[in-house]
Design a protein around this ligand. Structure first.
Ligand code: DX5
Ligand code: ZN
Length: 216
């Protein structure tokens, strides 16, 4: 039994029936529900905000893993926590005060994390290793589901897995973007502990089976 958890991204789900979508994610045996919040400024796409998190909350008992792709996340993190998020992650370069935002999430009793784009390095999260519960490595540039994994991210996976081990803290290492049934095993072997899978879950002929394969 592997220790890896699977977090389907509802970005690839049915927007006309999100309650049903998250209930299905749970029925299929996933571990987390990944919610992609985009503001059209930090990324060139717009999805949904706090009202969606609040609306889906009663439809699943799984933790809601909320990935903020928004500028000035510090202005909104508490409201995402109050709406039912269990984990809130954001991109530090989008924040004027990442430490304050991380502390605000923790003060709400929720897990906090930082997200690293494919062209960014460990320096971005190093100052916050004492605080983060999760580090998310983007396998693609954020904004859209269904993109192909950028191979050079694997160097970051290895580096971040080592830095997390050296920290002595229990920090989850999530990979977001481009994960498939074919490449999941490789990411697990490199040290990823949470795999986000949007299209690999929702476009699978048998999502339950796809989740089992990706979890390993
Ligand atoms: C990209 C999002 C991802 C995306 C993953 O901006 O952060 O979570 O939905 O989609 P797939 O798994 O299809 O690459
Ligand atoms: Zn995401």
């Amino acid at each position: 039994m592997s220790n890896c958890r699977i977090a389907p991204s509802i970005l690839s789900g049915n927007f006309a029936a999100m309650g049903e979508t998250v209930a299905n994610v749970e029925k299929w045996g996933a571990d987390l529900v990944h919610c992609d919040v985009m503001d059209g400024v930090f990324v060139p796409n717009i999805t949904f905000g706090m009202p969606m998190i609040k609306a889906i909350r009663p439809h699943t008992t799984l933790p809601l893993d909320v990935h903020l792709m928004i500028v000035e996340p510090e202005k909104y993190v508490e409201r995402f926590c109050d709406s039912g998020a269990d984990i809130v992650t954001f991109h530090p370069e989008a924040s004027k005060d990442p430490r304050a935002a991380l502390l605000a999430i923790k003060a709400k009793g929720k897990k906090c994390g930082l997200v690293v784009n494919p062209d960014k390095g460990f320096d971005l999260v190093e100052p916050y290793m004492d605080l983060v519960d999760m580090i998310v490595l983007m396998g693609v540039f954020p904004g859209f589901g269904g993109q192909s994994y950028i191979e050079s991210v694997s160097d970051n996976i290895v580096l971040f897995a080592r830095k997390i081990a050296e920290s002595g803290r229990a920090i989850a290492l999530e990979l977001d973007g481009g994960v498939t049934e074919t490449n999941a095993a490789r990411f697990r072997s490199l040290g990823v502990t949470v795999l986000v899978a949007g299209s690999a879950t929702f476009k699978a002929a048998d999502p339950e089976q796809a989740i089992k394969v990706m979890r390993g």
